[in-house]
Design a protein around this ligand. Structure first.
Ligand code: ATP
Ligand code: MG
Length: 574
C-alpha cells in the first residue's frame, strides 16, 4: 500500500496565521505543515514539505544529468588553509561559519564549494583530454546571513545544487554556460515558476559574465530592470542606463563661495538656488590600492555594486569615519570635492557633461560653483556608476526601463582562472604547455525554489501546487471515515490511483467535513476527490481542481475515476 493515510502521517496544519512570518510563502509553509523552525534561519522539513523538496531536487537532477553533468558529493567541512589560499577566508567575511577542531585547526562549514572542487581538479585533471568536465552535487550550504528571514528563502542552512565546469578553452566554457542556461530555464519552467534570466553582478565569486535567474514576485528582495523593447534584462545593481542629460546652464569661471553649515544636496539647493543635477557629490573609498574618490551627480544615487564590479577589489569600502575622511581630503563630510585631491578620481558619465557644477572645496564651510570636469578637476575614469531607476532610458536602446522585484533562484558564472590560478589547478595542453584550467560555476537554491513557487502559486486559502512538484497529485477526503463503506470505497480508489502511478493522500482523519475542506485548500493538492454519502447513495465522486476550483463528478468506479483524474490533471498542464 503506497498511498498515504493522513491519520498516520505527520502533516500538522495551523488555523492561525503565524505571527513571525512576513510573506505568504513563509506563512503557508508553516500553516500547511511543510517546515518548522529550529533556530533563526534553520528549519526542519516535515514529511509533506520534504516530498515537495525531493521533487524539486529530482527535476534539478534530471536536467543536470541531461546535459552530461556528473553527480557527486563534496564535504561540508572545509579546511581553513584552502580558503586562505584563495584569499576568501577573509573576503567571505562574517557570513562564513568558522570552527576549530580539537587540534586547533580551522574549518569552515561550506557556504559554497569552489575551493574544494578546484583542489579536486588540481589533483585529478592533468591533460586537455580530461576536459570538458562538469561536476555537481545537491547538498547543504551554510551561511551566517545578517538577516535570515522569509523562512527557507533566506536561511542559514539551506539546500543548494552547485555545479562546476572545467575547460581547456573559453569557447568550451561558453558552450557549457549556454547548456546550463537552457537547463536552468527548463528546471524553473518545470517547477512552475515565472522567471527572468538577468545580467548579474559577480560579487565574491569573481569572474566576468554572470546571469541570475529571478522568479518574479512583489515580495522578492532583488530588483531587476527590464526593457520591453530590446529585451535587455539586468539586476538593478548593474543595470546599464543612459547617463541623464545635463541640466540647463552655461560654462562660467569657477568661484569659491562660503557655504557655512551647508552640507547636503538639499541644503545646497536651497542655499545656492541651484538644480540638484548641477551638484556633484564626492565619496571616498579605500581598498587594496589605497584611497580613491568617486563622483556622481546630486540628483543621482551612487550604485556601489557598479563600482565594486569595475574595481574588482572585495576589500573596497566606503570611508564613513569623519576623521579618516578629513585626513584624506582635508575637509569634513559635506565639503569634500575633487579639486586638489591627489587620489585617483572616478566619475559617473553624467559628470563629464555638466557645463557648470557645484563641488565641495575640501575646506570646511566652502564650495566651488561653476566647476567643470576636465578644466577645474581631473577625472581618471568615467563609467556608469549611477543607480538605475524606473523609467530611465535603457543603456542599449533608450526605451524607458521598468524595475520589478524578483527572488534569485539561481545564478551562473563564467569564473575563468581565478580559482585554478590560486590553487594551482593546471593542465598540459596539446602543445605540451602548462595552463590554468578555465572554470564556470552554477548554483540553484533548491530549498528557496519551494518558497518562490508558493509565493507565485497561492490564494487566500492556501497553496496551489504546480503539478510537477505537488507532494501528492490527488487528495481523497473521506467525510465519515467511521462509516466502513466510505472507507472501503476510498481505499479502493486510492489503491487503483496509486497503481496507475498517481500519488494519493487519503484524508481519513477524525475531523469534520468543514475542517477537511479547509485543510484541502490549505495544502493545495491539485485534485480533491470527496467520498461521502453521495458517493454511496448515487455512485458518484465529487471532484474539485485546486487551481481554478473547477468541479465535476466521476462515476464511483475505479476506471472512471482514474480516467477522470487524468483528464482533470491534463488540463492542469495547459
Ligand atoms: P543572495 O544574493 O540571495 O544572498 P547569493 O547570490 O549569495 O544569494 P549564490 O552564491 O549565487 O547566492 O548561491 C546560489 C543560489 O543559492 C542562489 O541563487 C539562491 O537561490 C540560493 N541561496 C543563496 N543564499 C541562500 C540562503 N541564505 N537561503 C536559501 N537559499 C539561498
Ligand atoms: Mg547569487
Amino acid at each position: 500500500m503506497a498511498y498515504v493515510r493522513w491519520s498516520r502521517y505527520l502533516l500538522p496544519t495551523w488555523k492561525e496565521e503565524p505571527a513571525e512570518a512576513e510573506i505568504p510563502s513563509h506563512r503557508l509553509m508553516l500553516r500547511a505543515g511543510l517546515i518548522r523552525k529550529v533556530a533563526s534561519g534553520v528549519y526542519e522539513f516535515l514529511p509533506f514539505g520534504y516530498r515537495a523538496l525531493k521533487k524539486v531536487e529530482r527535476i534539478v537532477r534530471e536536467e543536470m544529468d541531461a546535459i552530461g553533468a556528473l553527480e557527486m558529493k563534496l564535504p561540508v567541512l572545509q579546511p581553513e588553509e584552502l580558503w586562505r589560499r584563495t584569499g576568501r577566508w577573509e573576503d567571505f567575511g562574517p557570513e562564513m561559519f568558522k570552527l576549530t577542531d580539537r587540534k586547533g585547526q580551522g574549518f569552515a562549514l561550506g557556504p559554497t564549494h569552489e575551493e574544494i572542487i578546484t583542489e579536486l581538479a588540481a589533483r585529478e585533471i592533468s591533460s586537455w583530454r580530461d576536459m570538458p568536465l562538469v561536476l555537481y552535487q545537491i547538498g547543504e550550504k551554510y551561511r551566517d546571513e545578517i538577516r535570515p528571514r522569509f523562512g527557507v528563502m533566506r536561511a542559514r542552512e539551506f539546500l543548494m545544487k552547485d555545479a562546476y565546469s572545467f575547460h581547456v578553452t573559453w569557447t568550451s566554457l561558453e558552450e557549457t554556460y549556454r547548456d546550463m542556461y537552457i537547463a536552468y530555464s527548463r528546471i524553473f519552467t518545470r517547477c512552475g515558476l515565472v522567471f527572468k534570466a538577468v545580467e548579474a553582478p559577480t560579487g565574491v565569486m569573481g569572474g566576468n559574465i554572470s546571469h541570475e535567474f529571478m522568479a518574479i514576485a512583489d515580495t522578492g528582495e532583488d530588483e531587476i530592470a527590464l526593457c520591453a523593447s530590446c529585451g535587455y534584462a539586468a539586476n538593478r545593481l548593474v543595470a546599464h542606463t543612459e547617463p541623464p542629460s545635463p541640466p540647463p546652464g552655461e560654462e562660467r569661471p569657477m568661484e569659491l563661495v562660503a557655504t557655512p553649515n551647508v552640507r547636503t544636496v538639499e541644503e545646497l539647493v536651497s542655499f545656492l538656488g541651484v538644480n540638484p543635477a548641477q551638484i556633484v557629490k564626492t565619496f571616498l573609498y579605500v581598498g587594496r590600492e589605497g584611497a580613491m574618490a568617486v563622483l556622481v551627480r546630486g540628483d543621482q544615487e551612487l550604485e556601489e555594486t557598479k563600482l565594486f564590479q569595475a574595481k574588482g577589489d572585495p576589500t573596497l569600502r566606503r570611508v564613513d569615519d569623519p576623521e579618516e575622511a578629513e585626513r584624506l581630503s582635508g575637509a569634513p563630510f559635506g565639503f569634500l570635492g575633487p579639486i586638489g585631491l591627489s587620489v585617483p578620481i572616478w566619475a559617473d558619465e553624467a559628470v563629464r557633461d555638466l557645463p557648470t557644477a557645484v563641488v565641495g572645496a575640501n575646506k570646511s564651510g566652502y564650495h566651488y560653483i561653476g566647476a567643470k570636469a576636465g578644466r577645474d578637476f581631473r577625472v581618471d575614469r568615467y563609467l556608469d556608476l549611477h543607480q538605475a531607476r524606473d523609467g530611465d532610458p535603457c543603456g542599449h536602446c533608450g526605451t524607458p526601463l521598468r524595475i520589478r522585484k524578483g527572488i534569485e533562484v539561481g545564478q551562473i558564472f563564467q569564473l575563468g582562472t581565478k580559482y585554478s590560478e590560486a590553487l594551482g589547478a593546471t593542465f598540459l595542453d596539446r602543445d605540451g604547455e602548462e595552463k590554468p584550467i578555465i572554470m564556470g560555476c552554477y548554483g540553484i537554491g533548491v530549498s528557496r525554489i519551494l518558497g518562490a513557487v508558493i509565493e507565485q502559486h497561492h490564494d487566500e486559502e492556501g497553496i496551489i501546487w504546480p503539478l510537477e512538484i505537488a507532494p501528492f497529485q490527488v487528495l481523497i477526503a473521506v467525510l465519515r471515515p467511521d462509516i466502513g463503506a466510505q472507507m472501503e470505497l476510498a481505499e479502493r480508489l486510492a489503491m487503483t490511483l496509486d497503481q496507475q502511478g498517481l500519488e494519493v493522500l487519503l484524508d481519513d482523519r477524525d475531523r469534520s467535513p468543514g475542517e477537511k475542506f479547509h485543510d484541502a485548500k490549505l495544502i493545495g493538492i491539485p485534485v480533491l476527490l470527496v467520498i461521502g454519502p453521495k458517493a454511496l447513495k448515487r455512485g458518484v465522486v465529487d471532484a474539485e481542481r485546486r487551481r481554478d476550483g473547477a468541479k465535476t463528478t466521476f462515476a464511483a468506479a475505479e476506471e472512471a475515476v482514474v480516467r477522470g483524474v487524468r483528464e482533470f490533471l491534463r488540463s492542469e498542464l495547459i
